[in-house]
Ligand binder design. Structure first.
Ligand code: HEM
Ligand code: NAG
Ligand code: NAG
Length: 533
């Protein structure tokens, strides 16, 4: 009986989704599927003679090998050999992503806080590249999985590239960066079964409860946004910035979606995911094609140096929010994405975002997680893309002159005949001095202790209704199905420590979910998908 109800409800959702996508309720049409016809419209005739990579034209007779001496067909060998080598390593996290171009426009005067050229001069526009991603999926994974969604933004400013790498939830997972590798493994696939393992996940969570807070945000309604456009984004770190007088401020940046935060239910996400795991990508492409340009308002939460020293919490701890009433928020500008990438591999896969790409006016976040990121982003990019990855068109700044030479391409012009050592007396690139740059750096002492208070606050204050608390409990319970009994006991104890009501709800939900055998639900689902053809 219970399972019958599940089936009816899922079928209804699938029909709704199909209607939603194909009857243009969004007013966007399906530009995605028009890409090839669109190309032909721009090029009614073939764009040229097909050549080998070295330029010699390809003879029609070399495009088949039947009844020929295939080892004499150079063309056959070259295209096969190229295909054999097409893959490069996918990103170790956030492997599945999608890109868009656009601009950032200054809307408010924030010169009293920050001297960076990109944020000064109302109306000033700076070109932007961006890459959206979903955290745990491999290339080709499902956009609709319940996990962190993200945007990485590259602002090509006159003072160099400024990269801002953001999560769609306002808290991070941990404060000690050495936990990153273990976390990534515990939440990915079991080395023997090759399957995501809830026991490993909760084993890790119960021993490193820091991770619980961000995980609960992801188990909430926020865990599955309705596409990349309908979500806020947060670079999360507390950045140290300075103005032209050298005065320092501590800020959190927030990108607030003009479309607001819109979420999908589990049933909607499951139904869409079955037919369209690229739903987020398609949505973004279609929206931009229809000139429904997604936009975000950039704002800064600000603390002065003085205020910072009087707080009763650690403002550099990304596993918690800044306490309400301790800071003020000022608007800065507007990010608009109005351009589709014309080649996904070139503009998205080979892009390299690094949170340490900063510009004068921003000394950067002083916390430990950031210090670790300074090392590991360039490290992985040197491996993934090679040591000259900053030379590719998507990664190169508007202006650069340097003393690097050689290495595997891309090389640009390799600085031609300019002197290749510094200092030199022969007009090589010279340095400048930023008079305002602070001469000292703040080195915060960060506490190791784990604090459940922000997690309880999230459950009791940020979550607005009991219905929502129940949905979180149901999602958490789902992730506890099949967890080994000793770990399960620890998990339930931890959740009860967050809140007694929470522990109770999860326990009850788990019991109900255990009653419904996973196998039966699966066959029921298969039947109802078959029945709607
Ligand atoms: C110890 C801390 C961290 C480490 C070691 C780390 C490591 C990495 C690595 C190795 C990559 C792959 C980069 C590439 O191949 O280009 C990556 C990507 C990414 N990380 Fe982190 N990360 C950390 C913290 C964070 C934080 C705090 C955020 C959010 C504010 C974040 C958001 C992202 C995003 C969005 C991407 C994908 C970027 C893209 O689209 O290219 N990470 N991270
Ligand atoms: C859907 O949108 C496209 C593009 O805007 C339009 O050409 C098409 O006629 C629309 N289809 C329907 C059924 O409204
Ligand atoms: C999405 O979830 C967030 C967090 O609970 C909530 O504030 C927001 O109103 C939700 N939006 C929709 C449309 O469900």
């Amino acid at each position: 009986m219970r399972q019958l109800v599940v089936c009816v409800c899922v079928c209804a959702v699938i029909e709704h989704v199909i209607a939603y996508r194909y009857e243009n309720e969004t007013g966007m049409g399906d530009a995605f599927s028009q890409q090839l016809p669109e190309f032909r419209q721009r090029h009614p005739r073939p764009i040229g003679v097909w050549t080998k990579l070295t330029g010699d034209p390809i003879d029609l007779r070399d495009t088949i090998t039947m009844n020929t001496d295939i080892f004499n067909n150079k063309h056959h060998f070259l295209v096969g050999a190229h295909l054999d080598r097409e893959r490069i390593p996918e990103r170790i996290v956030h492997a599945k992503g999608y890109g868009a171009f656009g601009y950032f426009e200054v809307t408010h005067d924030v010169s009293k806080y920050i001297k960076s050229d990109v944020f000064n001069g109302i109306g000033k526009r700076t070109p932007v590249a961006s890459r959206f991603s979903t955290a745990r999926q491999n290339l080709g994974g499902n956009d609709l999985s319940r996990e962190t969604k993200a945007i990485a933004i590259k602002l090509y400013t006159k003072e160099g590239n400024l990269d801002m790498i953001c999560f769609h939830i306002p808290v991070f997972l941990y404060k000690d960066p050495i936990e990153f590798p273990a976390f990534v493994r515990a939440f990915r696939r079991n080395p023997r079964t090759g399957i995501v393992d809830n026991t490993a996940r909760w084993d890790f969570l119960t021993q490193k409860p820091d991770f619980l807070h961000a995980n609960l945000w992801l188990q909430s309604d926020l865990g599955i946004p309705d596409g990349y456009r309908k979500s806020h984004y947060f670079p999360l770190h507390t950045y140290e910035i300075y103005n032209k007088h050298g005065e320092r401020f501590y800020v959190k940046f927030n990108y607030r979606a003009e479309l607001g935060m819109v979420n999908l239910t589990n049933a909607q996400a499951a139904a869409i995911g079955i037919s369209d795991p690229d739903y987020y990508n398609r949505d973004l492409y279609n929206a931009i094609a229809a000139k429904n340009y997604p936009a975000w308002r950039l704002e800064m939460d600000i603390l002065t140096k003085d205020e910072l020293s009087k707080l009763d919490y650690d403002p550099f701890d990304m596993t918690r929010l800044w306490k309400r009433g301790t800071y003020r928020t000022v608007p800065v500008g507007r990010l608009v994405l109005n351009g589709r990438v014309d080649n996904h591999f070139k503009d998205v896969e080979t892009s390299a975002y690094n949170p340490d790409n900063l510009v004068p006016g921003i000394t950067g976040p002083p916390d430990l997680v950031f210090k670790a990121r300074k090392i590991f982003y360039p490290d992985t990019q040197n491996y993934r893309l090679g040591v000259n990855h900053a030379n590719s068109r998507i990664n190169a700044p508007l202006y650069d002159r340097n003393y690097n030479r050689d290495g595997r391409p891309p090389l640009q012009d390799n600085m031609k005949d300019a002197p290749n050592y510094y200092p030199n007396s022969f007009s090589g690139p010279m340095t400048y001095v930023d008079e305002a740059r602070p001469t000292e750096r703040l080195i915060p002492l960060q506490r190791n202790a784990f604090d459940l208070q922000p997690v309880s606050e999230f459950y009791n204050e940020i979550i607005e209704s009991d219905d929502h608390r129940q949905r979180i409990a149901d999602n958490v319970a789902e992730s506890l199905v099949g967890v080994s009994p000793d770990i399960l006991k620890k998990a339930l104890r931890l959740l009860t420590l967050v809140d007694i009501d929470f522990g109770r709800r999860v326990r009850a939900s788990l019991k109900a979910q255990q009653l419904a055998s996973a196998e039966e639900i699966r066959s029921q689902l298969a039947q109802c998908i078959a029945s709607i053809g």
